[in-house]
Design a protein around this ligand. Structure first.
Ligand code: 1HE
Length: 267
């Protein structure tokens, strides 16, 4: 695979490298960052690039404006008057784009604010870590809109909150926020101030891990989750065989043996 050259040209996002952390900003605030078909293609292209960019060790995704992401561009969808086959193809592109995020090999941290709804939650559920602020709320309004999730929620959101909660969210439009959102698994962190500061801290911390370890953690666990236990144990051993014998792990283990490595202490 060729190394990454320049960042692909972007209409709906901005990117800025802050050291080893790439900050990606959803930049369609006038439409509440609704995801049009072209926006989804851009996400796919950007994360295919992230995967190859050695200079990027972690990603933070944030949004411009008061809403993280309002999901599917409902107006485009309505005006396009798509056939079932057309929309199946659109969903497959969403799956490809969000898979490109989840499996880019680098930790992706969401700095969330405002509504994270419908396809916006499908996007956020492809991140490895979600940080919410006091304005953040999560919902799946598909039932009310007379549609169904098509961007991977049946796998990723059900994986986070469980099938029963997801069905409730879709049938009733139930909204989760604050500590409740943390407790049901929609996000791992809730901040008093802007979620971006905490997301950057988390991304910088994760960026210090060896790239191969981060690749294994961000991709391996999700893949293993799809396997029967005997295969899962085998795959775990295989991943650990490669990761736990890498040069970067040998250096770190030597520094533990020499008592120069940090201990694991209660904070
Ligand atoms: C949009 C969209 C959109 C806003 N598609 N244009 N998603 C939803 O059901 C959520 C729909 N949106 C909302 O409920 C509200 O817009 C929000 C709560 C997110 C934000 O409210 P607010 O008052 O800040 O903004 P607004 O006045 O409603 O919208 C501002 C503009 O954004 C307006 O455009 P304008 O040209 O009239 O200024 C809106 O039309 C536009 N806008 N949301 C298109 N979603 C793969 S299947 C996935 C299935 C789903 O994602 S279902 C969930 C869809």
């Amino acid at each position: 695979m060729p190394k990454a050259d320049s960042v692909p040209s972007l209409e709906f996002m901005q990117v800025e490298a802050q050291g080893e952390v790439l900050v990606v900003t959803l930049d369609r605030a006038d439409k509440r960052n609704a995801l049009s078909a072209a926006f989804i293609e851009e996400i796919f292209d950007l994360f295919e690039w992230v995967r190859r960019a050695d200079s990027v060790r972690a990603v933070v995704m944030r949004a411009e404006g008061s809403v993280f992401c309002a999901g599917l561009d409902l107006i485009e969808h309505h005006l396009e008057d798509r056939s079932a086959t057309d929309f199946m193809y659109i969903c497959r592109r969403w799956h490809a784009a969000f898979d490109a995020i989840q499996h880019c090999g680098k930790p992706v941290v969401g700095a969330l604010n405002g509504a994270v709804v419908g396809g916006g939650l499908e996007l956020a559920s492809a991140f490895h870590i979600r940080v919410a602020d006091p304005t953040t709320y999560f919902a799946l309004p598909e039932g009310q809109r007379g549609i169904f999730t098509g961007g991977g929620a049946t796998v990723r959101v059900a994986g986070l909150v469980g099938e029963a909660r997801m069905i409730d969210m879709m049938l009733t439009g139930r909204v989760y926020s604050g500590e409740e959102a943390v407790s049901v698994g929609l996000c791992q962190y809730l901040t008093d101030g802007p979620s971006l500061d905490r997301a950057m801290e988390i991304a910088r911390t994760a960026a210090q891990n060896p790239p191969l370890s981060n690749f294994a953690i961000t991709s391996g666990i999700a893949h293993i989750g799809n396997m029967a236990s005997a295969d899962a144990f085998y795959a775990e051993a295989f991943i650990a065989g490669i990761t736990n014998t890498q040069p970067a792990s040998k250096e770190r283990l030597a520094s533990f043996m020499n008592k120069t490595a940090a201990k694991v202490l209660k904070s």
